[in-house]
Ligand binder design. Structure first.
Ligand SMILES: [Ca+2]
Length: 186
């Protein structure tokens, strides 16, 4: 009888353990630590700058990283312009809840400068589904060590999800991003 109970307890513990493994969140984003290269840049990542006579200091930064050797940097950006790093895309089904996240580090940036992380959705033509993005902005106050910023949102239709990080009109200093993630929450 005792032996039977013992076996039952073992079985239950095994089931609990396997359930915990299954529940572990999986990062769906390729090249999340921006270590892999393609054509001299970070594989799967693109940059965007507002159109016009603007400049932005984008860098696939070597030597400053939360993990590995590389991160994505945005330095000085012309006033009025947005500078954005954009990830590759992840398949999403309508109403699936996703969490996008990235770690942010800053140095020499003016206090009050905003940094935004967005979770965007693209339709089958690859166009942004307007008015559906989820964004989280943080205001920089002094130099900031690696800080996790997250944003959650549900897919508006069967589409593809991507994460983007941005800042607008940065007068001075550097903003680095590393260890990105897009996770299916439920
Ligand atoms: Ca990295």
């Amino acid at each position: 009888m005792r032996r039977t109970w013992f076996l039952m307890v073992v079985v239950v513990l095994c089931l609990v353990a396997s359930g915990m493994v299954m529940a572990e969140e999986v990062n769906l984003l390729p090249n999340p630590s921006v270590e892999e290269s393609s054509s001299g840049g970070p594989k799967g990542w693109t940059k965007y700058l507002s159109s016009g006579n603007y400049k932005a200091d984008f860098e696939w930064s070597k030597g400053i990283a939360r993990t590995g050797n590389y991160s994505l940097k945005i330095g000085v950006v012309s006033e009025g312009a947005s500078a954005v790093w954009i990830s590759s895309r992840v398949t999403a089904k309508k109403d699936q809840l996703f969490r996008a996240s990235a770690y942010v580090k800053t140095e020499g940036v003016e206090s009050g400068q905003k940094v935004t992380i967005s979770l965007n959705w693209l339709n089958s033509s690859g166009n942004l589904i307007s008015g559906t993005s989820f964004s989280k902005s943080i205001e920089i106050q002094g130099d900031m060590d690696w800080t996790l910023v997250t944003v959650e949102g549900a897919a508006p239709e069967n589409c593809r999800a991507r994460i983007q990080v941005s800042t607008k009109g940065n007068k001075q200093g550097s903003i680095w991003f590393d260890d990105f993630a897009i996770v299916l929450v439920e």
